[in-house]
Design a protein around this ligand. Structure first.
Ligand SMILES: *[C@@H]1O[C@H](CO)[C@@H](O)[C@H](O)[C@H]1NC(C)=O
Ligand SMILES: *[C@@H]1O[C@H](CO)[C@@H](O)[C@H](O)[C@H]1NC(C)=O
Ligand SMILES: *[C@@H]1O[C@H](CO)[C@@H](O)[C@H](O)[C@H]1NC(C)=O
Ligand SMILES: *[C@@H]1O[C@H](CO)[C@@H](O)[C@H](O)[C@H]1NC(C)=O
Ligand SMILES: *[C@@H]1O[C@H](CO)[C@@H](O)[C@H](O)[C@H]1NC(C)=O
Ligand SMILES: *[C@@H]1O[C@H](CO)[C@@H](O)[C@H](O)[C@H]1NC(C)=O
Length: 292
């Protein structure tokens, strides 16, 4: 019932034009929310849901952004509002950056002639906000003394991929790493307890320019031992690629009348998830009233 209600409310973004046109006086009345809710019928909603489903079906089963299904959704809303309302419509595209990975990150080490490929999400993971990277050749791995919490720990880190044991606040450490001029950062679990061997999720500051990885304790320890051994040249190759910024379409529908100093903005997202047609997704995350 709750899900259903949310769907009903969010879909109103598409049908709002009708509501505004039919009930302009209620916009200013104290009974507005009830009137708005009452004006939405199951039939009306189902009509739109069927149309969105058709759009998804004819576009590979999805209406996610940067798919034909998404564009067709915008066209459907635009056409509908043009034919049924006098709202002033504007369609605009803007570039949205994305934290979606284009492929699994790669970590390869060379200890003299021995090459090891590590498994993403098993031996290492990517820290949230990590920068992208595409190392053509190996970069020397350097062990940071202690737990990398003070500036003097980072004196010799410039131009290396710094390998540091977990212990210091990740953000503080990442800032010190950036200041020292590292090419990459690898934090490894410290193995001080059974629950401190595996991978954990952690974040470096937004817009971190270098790749930041978290390594399991055994992987980090083996690399640290090699990197500290003067008879072993230890280098790593890191590749991290994100999906590039994507163009996202937005529709603005303004009423022709009203007080421009007292504007109510009503929003809803028109895309769906990549995994399906997104018929109930439109109601799930953002409801009509989130933005009022
Ligand atoms: C969606 O429309 C935009 C703007 O017209 C266009 O640049 C983009 O290529 C279209 N995307 C698809 C998948 O059709
Ligand atoms: C290691 O990774 C490199 C680069 O992706 C690849 O060419 C190579 O085949 C991999 N080796 C193994 C043993 O998986
Ligand atoms: C990667 O993790 C697996 C599973 O824990 C382990 O068997 C393997 O030895 C690890 N690889 C390296 C290079 O440590
Ligand atoms: C990250 O960089 C983008 C693009 O340069 C900028 O718009 C944004 O404000 C930055 N975010 C933070 C948290 O610094
Ligand atoms: C350093 O590496 C060499 C060559 O693999 C090895 O023989 C030596 O035992 C290592 N030294 C230490 C202190 O681990
Ligand atoms: C380590 O690399 C340096 C510089 O490339 C080279 O001179 C040296 O021979 C290498 N050492 C080993 C043990 O491979």
């Amino acid at each position: 019932m709750l899900l259903f209600t949310l769907t009903a409310i969010a879909l109103t973004a598409a049908t709002l034009g009708i509501v505004v046109r039919r009930y302009p006086e209620e916009i200013h009345s104290t009974t507005r929310p009830r009137t708005l809710a009452d004006s939405i019928t199951i039939d009306q909603m189902s009509t739109h849901l069927d149309q969105l489903q058709r759009i998804a079906n004819s576009g590979g089963g999805t209406r996610a952004i940067s798919t034909a299904g998404f564009n067709n959704t915008l066209d459907y809303i635009t056409t509908y509002l043009t034919q049924n309302t006098n709202l002033l419509l504007k369609k605009q595209y803007f570039d949205a950056s994305t934290s979606r990975l284009a492929s699994n990150p790669i970590l390869i080490s060379h200890m003299n002639n021995q090459q090891i490929n590590y498994t993403y999400e098993t031996n290492f993971t990517l820290m949230t906000n990590s920068g992208s990277a595409n190392f053509g050749t190996g970069v020397r791995a350097a062990v940071i003394p202690d737990i990398g919490c003070t500036e003097d720990n980072w004196q010799a880190a410039s131009g290396t991929v710094a390998l540091v044991k977990r212990g210091c606040n990740f953000v503080d450490m990442a800032n010190l790493a950036a200041k020292s001029g590292v090419v990459g950062l690898m934090i490894y679990n410290d193995g001080t307890d059974c629950d401190r061997y595996a991978l954990i999720t952690g974040a470096v500051p937004p817009n971190t320019s270098y790749p930041a990885l978290f390594l399991s304790y055994p992987v980090g320890l083996a690399l640290a031992n090699a990197a500290q051994n003067t008879s072993i040249n230890t280098s790593v190759i890191i590749n991290v690629a994100y999906v590039s910024a994507i163009s996202v379409g937005n529709i603005c529908a303004d009423t022709l009348t009203g007080d421009p100093t007292k504007t109510i903005v009503v929003g809803s997202h028109s895309d769906g998830v990549p995994a399906g047609s997104g018929i109930n997704d439109n109601g799930r995350r953002e409801s009509l009233f989130d933005h009022v």
